[in-house]
Ligand binder design. Structure first.
Ligand SMILES: [Zn+2]
Length: 221
């Protein structure tokens, strides 16, 4: 893998930034792709741009504003309030098939830039409500992409089976804990780093970080 080129699906959040560091460790050449679908917080795109620039990664931003036409939802339309899903329920920010579209476009881009590997931070463990973030779906799409372009892409999902605490652990092992903590944007209210502390994304992120920090303390005692 060391001599290969990889492309990372990159939003500027905790998960995909950790994946970007993971890719930089494992591949010779790394590029990133961010999808612009008129996110409620334009800051997301700026955060992604800044991180890619700082890490010296070529950054592609693809216009996916057509998602607005397909899915009236709180993430892209400011006339609808963001409402979190209860346990196991999909939040109303859900765009059906969004990851299918993103990964497919990433595949086309990978083909164009000559990247064999595609990295995505999807995960079944914490937010398992999205059917196109499941391992079985990613494996299925990998086959489909290979058949559609007659290539041998390999889709990597370093976070698929780990929880938020273990994602922090991975960032730490990659020497990127502080970077990920201070520079990424996960918060639904558009506040970088530790965020607003109130929204579901912030709560999930903080719970994971607390759990990881506690595990470090236990290790020392
Ligand atoms: Zn927040």
């Amino acid at each position: 893998m060391k001599n290969d080129k990889a492309i990372v699906v990159f939003s500027g959040g905790q998960d995909s930034t950790t994946c970007l560091f993971w890719a930089l460790k494992n591949f010779k050449e790394v590029e990133a792709v961010t999808f612009d679908y008129n996110q409620r917080h334009r800051l997301e795109i700026e955060v992604a741009k800044d991180i890619a620039k700082e890490l010296g990664v070529r950054h592609h931003i693809l216009d996916m504003s057509l998602l607005n036409q397909l899915a009236p939802n709180a993430l892209t339309r400011d006339d609808i309030e963001v409402k979190a899903g209860e346990d196991g329920e999909l939040p109303n920010t859900f765009v059906p098939g969004r990851n299918l579209l993103f990964l497919s476009f990433a595949g086309v881009l990978a083909s164009q830039v000559g990247a064999k590997h595609i990295i995505t931070g999807v995960c079944e463990t914490d937010f398992s409500g999205y059917p196109d973030c499941r391992d079985i779906f990613v494996k299925s799409l990998n086959v489909t992409l290979n058949l559609s372009m007659d290539q041998t892409f390999v889709i990597h999902t370093p976070l698929m089976w780990i929880n938020k605490a273990e994602t922090w652990k991975l960032a730490d092992e990659l020497g990127a804990l502080d970077f990920v903590r201070e520079r990424t944007l996960t918060c639904y209210n558009g506040i970088i780093a530790d965020g607003c502390g109130e929204c579901p994304a912030c709560k999930l992120r903080k719970a994971g970080l607390d759990q990881y920090m506690d595990s470090l303390k236990e290790g020392i005692e």
